[in-house]
Design a protein around this ligand. Structure first.
Ligand code: NAD
Length: 296
């Protein structure tokens, strides 16, 4: 069994930490929120008083933090992970952060003698709780090999996407595609409706024709055809507009740096940003269909 430090026990981290403890690992858990630490203790982890305390005898550090600035300061700040973890500790950051931040973190880790893997996830809070997340990893082969058995306790599909930052690249490219396809699917349902087709009829045809995609068949933005989709619970998330917007900002920044043409990605960024500005950041992102229909 492995001695793990888990840092960042929010919506996602709580379930992931619980699954590592449930698998029999010794988990020291830390968060800025005392309530989050108490919840982690109730699910089998041992609370820590600080980052330094959590990582003092860790073999692996797992983090699930909001953004790149938190990751860089938690790992490389004065009282951070790198300054306090034993040599040879593996750093495993599962947060969604900029590709460049992930590469910078890996560079700093290596300079301090540590191996770091970026391992962002998809699957949301339900996947975090159920241990069915998809992990997209970037980093050296040996780091990935050490990370994999732990990731398997928190997820179902574990991919090694290549060098450091490639996990983040896979994540933001995938989520950009998802953001665009949800708008496209919403426009298709709205057009079909205006031309006289009900949602179920259009779904039955398009879901078996060439317009078929995940946004339609698993997460249909029109109420009715897919009973488990947020459309049937008034677009309660799920995956909120604000989260999608965060990932689209990351994709747009990365595309600018790499010189990639993402015209539709930028359009999607504008559309979700408008929803967020109107106060719908907490709506599930498939609620963009309400915007397409001119309802909000
Ligand atoms: P969250 O805000 O619920 O949790 C983040 C936690 O980090 C909070 O509990 C916060 O107190 C803690 N934290 C912040 N700074 C800290 C510090 N310096 N030291 C210790 N703890 C600190 O966020 P979340 O929804 O759990 O998301 C975490 C990451 O996972 C984000 O990068 C997000 O983009 C990504 N993600 C989220 C989802 C989702 O559905 N929520 C899905 C996929 C990926």
């Amino acid at each position: 069994m492995t001695r793990i430090a888990f840092i960042g026990l929010g919506n996602m981290g709580a379930g992931m930490c619980a699954n590592l403890a449930k698998a029999g690992h010794t988990v020291r858990a830390f968060d800025l929120s005392k309530d989050a630490i108490a919840k982690a203790e109730a699910s089998g982890a041992k609370g820590a008083a600080s980052v330094a305390d959590a990582v003092a005898d860790a073999e692996v550090v797992v983090s699930m933090l909001p953004a790149g600035k938190h990751v860089l300061s938690v790992y490389f700040g004065p009282d951070g992970v790198a300054a306090n973890a034993p040599k040879d500790t593996l750093f495993l950051d599962c947060s969604t952060i900029a590709v460049e931040d992930a590469r910078e973190a890996a560079r700093q880790a290596e300079a301090a003698g540590f191996s770091m893997v970026d391992a962002p996830v998809s699957g949301g809070t339900a996947g975090a709780e159920a241990g069915t997340l998809t992990f997209m990893c970037g980093g050296h082969d040996d780091g990935f090999a050490r990370a994999k058995p732990l990731l398997e306790k928190m997820g179902k599909n574990i991919f090694h996407a290549g060098a450091s930052g490639n996990g983040q690249a896979a994540k933001i490219a995938n989520n950009m595609l998802l953001g665009i396809s949800m708008i496209a699917t919403s426009e298709a349902f709205n057009l079909a409706d205006k031309l006289g087709l009900d949602a179920q009829t259009f779904f039955d045809i398009s879901s078996t024709a060439s317009g078929q995609c995940w946004s339609m068949t698993s997460y249909c933005p029109a109420p009715g055809p897919v009973p488990t989709s947020p459309a049937n619970r008034d677009y309660k998330p799920g995956f909120a507009v604000a989260m999608m917007l965060k990932d689209l900002h990351l994709a747009a920044d990365a595309a600018r740096a790499a010189g990639a043409d993402i015209r539709l990605g930028e359009m999607a960024e504008t559309i979700y940003a408008r929803l967020d500005e109107k106060g719908f950041g907490g709506l599930d992102f498939s609620g963009v269909i309400k915007d397409v229909r001119g309802e909000i």
